[in-house]
Each structure stands twice: as C-alpha cells, then as structure tokens.
Ligand binder design. Sequence first.
Ligand SMILES: [Zn+2]
Length: 455
Amino acid sequence: MSEPLDFILTGGLLVSGEGVRRADVGVRGETVAAIAPDLRDYPAREVIDVTGLYLLPGAIDVHVHPVYEDDVEACSRVAAYGGITTLLHFVYARTGESLLEQVQRMLEDGQARSRLDFGLHGGLFEAPRQVPEIPRVMELGVRTFKFFLAYVKQQWYTDDYHLLWAMHLLAERGGMAMVHAENGGGIDYLEDRYWEELGGPNAAHFFSISHPPALEEEAIFRAICMAEVADCPLYVVHVTSARALRPLRQARAEGRRVFAETCVQYLTLTEEMLRTCGALAKIGPPLRTNADREALWQALADGTLSVVSSDHAPKRKAPFGDLREQPYGAPGLETLLVVTHDEGVNRGRISMVRLVQVLCENPARIFGLYPRKGTIAVGSDADIVVFDPRREVIIRAEEMHSGAGYTLYEGRPVLGWPVMSFQRGHRVLWEGVVVAEPGAGRFLPLLEQPPATPV
Ligand SMILES: [Zn+2]
C-alpha cells in the first residue's frame, strides 16, 4: 500500500455538482488523495468520524468588500465561521488613486494576513485614469474588473466609451468585465425628483421608486451589447429583479459568455426591511418585492443565475438618519451558506446539489479556479466543509464575528450549520473555533484558464 493518508473523513455524504453519495475522503498533504465508499482499512494518521454529515467543497464567496468594518484579515475569519474557504475581494481604486497601487497593496495585505485563500477583482472609480492600467494589473493575476454603470453623482460611473475600451483590453488578454448594472443617470434624476415629496426619516418608498427594476434591466442589456461588440466575457454582479432576468435569459439562450450572480439577501429579504431597519437595509441595488425574490429562486434553479454571493460590505450607519446620506451595503459573509441552504434547500427551492453548484463549483468554473477549487475530487485542493444539516442556530448579531454590529437576519432560525472545515488539508474551523492563522491563505490568480460554462 502506498504512503499513509494524513487523515480520513469517514461516514459522510459527499456532495458534488453531480450528486450526493456516501463516501470517505482521504487527504494527503494539501490535496484530496482518495475517495471511496470505505477507506477505514487504508493507513492514515487520523480518522475523523463525520457520520451522517455532509461533505461540501469549501464555499467560494466571489463578491466581498474588505475595506469597511471588516478588513482582509477580519473577512477571512468571519467567512471561515460561515463555512467559506475562498474569498474573491474587490480592490477599489477610488478617484485619484492608481489601480495598480491599490491592487499591490491588497495583494500584500492578503498574503500577510488572510486566513483563507483569496483572489482579487479590480474595481474602477475613475475609468479614464485607471483603464490604461489594466494590462499591467492583469500581469499580477487580477483579470476581472468591475465597472459601475450606476453612481454618476458619486463619480464612480464608467461611461460607454471607457467601458468598451476596457472590454477590448480584457478580451485581448483573457480577462473578464464585471458590471454593477443600474442606469446611474436615471437614478440620479429620480432621486432629485422624488426626494422633496417622499424623503424624510423613513424614506423606504423613496428608495424603491428611485431605483426601479427597469433601470437595472436597461443597464444589463447595454452591458451585454457592449460585451458582444468587444467579444469580452461578462459577469453581472448582484442581479435583483424579475425584469433584469430577461436580457440574461436571452443572452444565455444565444450562447454568449454572459454570467450572472445574485446575492443571498435578494433571495431572502424584501424592500419591507427598509421600513423596519431603515438605512441598515440600504443596499445597492435595493431589496425588491416578494415576486422578484421568487423569480430569482427560479432563475437560480433553471441556470439563468449561476452564483450566489454575499456582497459583504458592513458599514457604520444611522438607521433612521437622512437615507440619502447613509452608505450602501450590509454584512453577509457569515450567513451566506447557512441562509442560502435554509431558504433554498430546506424549503425545497433548490437541491443540495444545486447549492454546491452555485456556491462552490460555478464560482470556481467562472473565475478559472476549477477543478483545483469548487469540488472534492482526487487531486483537487482539500478544501472541505463538514456541514451538519440537523444543527439549528438562531442568528444573532452578538454571536456573529463581523465588525458590523448587526445582521439583517437577526432572530432568524436556520437549520444546518458548518461544524468543521479544512483548506488545502489544514484545519480552518475546528471545534467551533477558527484556527487558521493570519497569513495561512494564498493568493489565487484568477482566470489562468478561461471562464468555463457553469452548470
Ligand atoms: Zn459589491
């Protein structure tokens, strides 16, 4: 018999993008070395009994902002508590900043302090200055870049000229464009028009009426057209509404390289939250209606949407201060897996297999990390989450690990919780505590292989 395994997880139910099966998993070094119905006779230094528990590939959150109440180190810790093992962070280059410098800074910070493996997306606020930097940034392993079609007033906006230029640069170099797709000029006008009449301390209706789904649909359609002209793969972040699904369905039916995600909050919460939580529920694009929520679940099940992310952006806010002045964003990393599982799988909207596709396999495929990440297979990184489907937890901010100080899921019970996890064979979550050290995480260059069709 060959060299002993470092450890075996025995008795678990292995979930992949194809199905669920009873399988023992053996790990040697940093990779999965053996998978079989029974490995207990195989020589191993340690046997860990996980009878009746799910073995999931480590979840990948592709949409994280580690620059607010949680930095790169804190995000990796918060995520690890939630059963996530890989993070794709946005590096924002604000107006006046160099994209290259910002990327170098976060790359160094992540290598020094991230407890989890991570990749980086660029995010451009000042396209005329920053688009020309894209080729040099790509050489560092950052190959996906987000452009804001919203936020004209805030001057984060990328106009069509620079969007198309950037898409050409990306297409020529094996990169991918990402868009925050809302029509910024339209939203700015609607905010000005409705503030007098509908503004004030509880401006929930103002927020909804000034960010209509039609302006999300329009921006997605425009981005798809631009990507077609440049022959550039496109990834639409945080899709929120039933209407926005129409151009995505069409593009995917035509076989275009257009991928789209939604976030767990759009699947599980509605605009009612603005009334009860005020600005704590101010996120961009906004929370929508129940009908939108159900349409998103359907799109997730039928393959129109390929990924669920958190858009983790915890910020300090005055819940009932002037809504226009309060920042966009909410925490969500730690609850991404458990809430998507509870609302999706436990309520029969998606299967356990689909859960693994949208949180593990598709993120890895789309961002060029598959099969190293996103699956438990012989030769893949031993990134494994042991998930107990019978463990019930009531979500409370005081028990969460984010610096946000609140969660939009306060008091919500969820059935199913991660009980241990490993990254490249090393313990991450162990006996209820994150034991992975700062600096344990490695930087993952994205798109070393082109984006692959999601499942
Ligand atoms: Zn975001």
